[in-house]
Ligand binder design. Sequence first.
Ligand code: ARG
Ligand code: ZN
Length: 881
Amino acid sequence: MRTDDAPLIRLEDYRPSDWLIDTVDLDISLHPQKTRVRALIALRPNPEGQPGAPLTLDGDELALKALSLDGKPLDASAFTVTPQALTIPAPPPHDFTLTIETEVDPSANTKLMGLYRSSKVYCTQCEADGFRRITYFLDRPDVMSVYTVRLEAAKAEAPVLLSNGNLVATGEMPGSDRHFAVWHDPHPKPAYLFALVGGALDHVRQDYVTADGQKVELAVYVEPGKAGRAGWALDSLVRCMRWDEKVFGRNYDLDVFNVVAVSDFNMGAMENKGLNIFNDKYVLADPQTATDGDYAAIEAIIAHEYFHNWTGNRITCRDWFQLCLKEGLTVFRDQEFSSDERSRPVKRIADVRTLRSTQFSEDAGPLAHPVRPRAYKEINNFYTPTVYEKGAEVIRMLKVMIGDDAFRRGMDLYFERCDGTAATIEEFLACFAESSGQDLAHFARWYEQAGTPTITASGRYDAAAKRYTLDLKQSTPPTPGQAEKLPVVLPIRLGLVGALGDLPLQTSSNAYAGDGLVVLDDAALSITFEEVTEAPTPSLMRGFSAPARLDLDLPDAALLRLFSTDSDAFNRWQSLQTIAVRALVAAGKPGSNQQALAATAGALGAAFDGFLKTDALADPAFAAQVLRLPSPADIAREIGRDVDPDAVFAAHRSLSAAIGEALLGNLPGLRAALATTGPYRPDAASAGRRALRNELLGLAALAEPAEGARLCEEQFAAADNLTDRLAALAAMTLVPGARREALIDRFAEAYAGEPLVLDKWLMAQALIPESETLERVKRLMQHPAFSLGNPNRVRALIGGFAANLTQFNRADGEGYGFVSDIVIALDRSNPQVASRLLGSFKSWRMLEPGRRRLAQEALGTVARTPNLSRDVADIAERALA
Ligand code: ARG
Ligand code: ZN
């Protein structure tokens, strides 16, 4: 469908459903090609809807086999049916039931929405609107029903049969090779939380007793033979369940909680009630096949999906415009969990890196949209960094604004008041307005206004009067559909740093909320601090207190001072990043001055060197973050217009190499001191040591390629874990030549038969910043490890290439042509994965004119392709608008 034909769905058009469905009895007989679905649904007129309204049930590519009303076959004249809708124009004006029989083909379902088969396992993905691909239904989140599900399948094919809720019966089908299981979920839920799984799966299990004494059976199901890799996910589950009890007072509410890993999955994972289904990439882990990063991601996503049980399932969304109500809040909750389990500052730094690279870039381009969008054509295109990550930042700011106690009381009130409902952002915010006594009307603008605000700050010190005045301004650039921007509420955590640390803050300004918090909610603000006994260095936006850019012109010397004296770890990290960004932005512009870059390299090199000699070993994870420069893509975004990716990359490369050179003397000793002893352990401290050690390896490879290559070979051979082996491969990709190719081949041999590891191998190659990479990627598409049918493979190789700043943005446009051709081909089988990939073009408008024209042409080619999915057509249309 062309999007011109697709209706625009608007928040302001929301109306309650005319009909409700109280119960759903599903009887599903699984078969690889002909799965029969019988749905008995109990309908009731909604007192809040239109009396006497027709009934229209949603469908998607469905084939109706039979239909009865109150048990009697319905006359063909009483309804109309298409693959997309089943309509009863004149339904009875009272409660009635419908029995709907459909047949679906899970094996042919390459969209991976609805019921599909992934490596012989039946599974479902229903969010946002996949349930309508199983049966005709009121597929909207404000229609909540109690489900009873009977599953039947061949015993050999699907010995394991799972659905939501609690298991109530199992049995054999006499005289056949089939068996069945019946599941009942007592909690009313929207259809998007329905799930089933059937297959031959292994599992690990553990008993759990909730804080209120309820026994729960936990299990993680994986492909046969992989149970040895399921332990970390189970362990993470137990820890996050305890944490939610302790920190949010939330207990689990069913007898069982199951997690299932499947190998074909469009996204990361899905929070179906009592039956979370995961991309196996976010479940499977052992030291040989998962990196430290994978262990951390599994812990975070297991927690994310589990936390949805309350923020998402018990309280769901009234409509899809409220998506951030569950996603932003749940990301915030999983970030807090990881911060408590690991290092809070390091987690914050990592999250801010992600926010800047994914969300700031989205906000700066044609796909920018508010945290709560006002209109959409395809909701699946709004599972974005803005809804998720910026949505989480909004919650974090709310907590800063009202304080920890009022935040917790507001959450308690929300759970109490909205439990069992499909809620809105307004209802959510009302709880916090009540718990804090604050008026949150202005704060709510964060949900409506797109774009990243810039805070411009400058300070003046009056030594005679002992006064320090800070002038603050804010502005937000226009975004599509929002030309004029209004000021937002910006919580700015700050300190004034003197020679011996933070100076006391004294001011009579009512913008000062105490505790180092200034609230900028107007276009501009001047705030004067009294009794400032020495010229201070301002440390603003501590902990990254708002999702904004900060424009504060501090000299390098002041930033270096913050690095060594700031009490805020985030701003210590930020200070050196700022020095690097500033120099790289200057050097990355065409015709720029490379001399300044040499000076910065000297200053940063010396700072890193001193830091590594003194306190890097005390917190290696933090040190690794300090050493990691902003990426070339970050620099391109900061430049913001007429970007020449090659110039940006060259500046980045030369700064990195120069820093590497400055550190060379330190390297062998430090790498030796950081080596972990004993068998691999995934804990944060050990991971931090590996992270710093591997950061140094990368710098070595740039500074001294031959010696670096030798170190990579040595590390690859000696390593007992994937983290160190992959780091060796990644560092080696920076060194062109035969040794690199040999290590690439060795890696492939070592991990043949390990698709998730080979994904990393594919991606490492796709990211090589050399002009041969496009040919290499095309070659790798023929490799047996690659398949266009598997989303993880596509994201690794093609998504990896599209994230390669210089090669995707080749000056000849070949990178754009390659990716857009794949988008068009993939759209026929899997529109969601295709449209995500097309999102790689989101920054095309910031490029220099030549590349801009070529990117626009590639987007135009996609947009003009006949029979595009709504997913891809929507992205192409908005990207070009
Ligand atoms: N709700 C899932 C999560 O935990 C994401 C599912 C999105 N799926 C989709 N097809 N749009 O974030
Ligand atoms: Zn989520």
